[in-house]
Design a protein around this ligand. Structure first.
Ligand SMILES: [Zn+2]
Length: 196
């Protein structure tokens, strides 16, 4: 990937209730994301990735157990699947690094407990390409008449209930659905109609 994720990930937040436990902001980001986090923290559904655009920001968020995980970028070419894979990686490392349940069972939790996690996040973002969490597949879009590189989260394919796995890619005002099999081969591409 050509992005420098350490700079291009605007924020990465882990919240419990209304409180931020951990927040990463890129070195060049001075913004406050509290309005975005308000939306993220309203999510009641566990284990489903949500995607939204807010102003210049592309945001992915997920609730797991009692924690809200979110990530935002202004680099719109960073695909949602990549953002999802970063969230999964962060969840794994966060829960590995801290006995979160035990820490949260104390009534007064200071976010300073988790501040050291930033070093790990910077390392993971800097080395994202070496972690092998996403695969790139090439698809031909009949509308643009060009070959597109789509990133696919490896865990999406590994943990799918059935194959091929449909994946929708929205770009330049239209959407295609591509079907990806267990070996990351693209088995078909179709233009899809859109409403909403
Ligand atoms: Zn297209």
């Amino acid at each position: 990937m050509k992005n420098n994720l350490v700079n291009d990930i605007s924020f990465l937040n882990i919240s419990y209730g209304k409180n931020t436990l951990f927040e990463y902001k890129s070195p060049n980001s001075y913004k406050n994301y509290s309005l975005d986090l308000k939306i993220v923290r309203k999510n009641k559904k566990n284990d489903i990735f949500f995607h939204i655009h807010r102003g210049n920001l592309k945001i992915v968020y997920l609730k797991q157990e009692n924690l809200f995980y979110s990530i935002g970028t202004e680099e719109l070419e960073i695909q949602f699947q990549v953002l999802e894979s970063i969230i999964e990686m962060i969840i794994e490392k966060f829960l590995e690094s801290y006995a979160v349940d035990a820490i949260l069972s104390y009534s007064d939790v200071s976010s300073s407990i988790f501040s050291q996690f930033r070093t790990k996040v910077v390392y993971l973002l800097a080395h994202f390409d070496t972690l092998d969490l996403v695969r790139s597949v090439a698809v031909i879009c009949k509308v643009c008449e060009k070959s597109l590189s789509l990133y696919v989260r490896k865990s999406l394919i590994a943990n799918a209930d059935s194959y091929p796995v449909p994946l929708v890619f929205t770009h330049e005002g239209h959407s295609i659905v591509c079907y990806i099999d267990k070996q990351f081969n693209v088995r078909g591409v179709e233009l899809v109609h859109i409403t909403g």
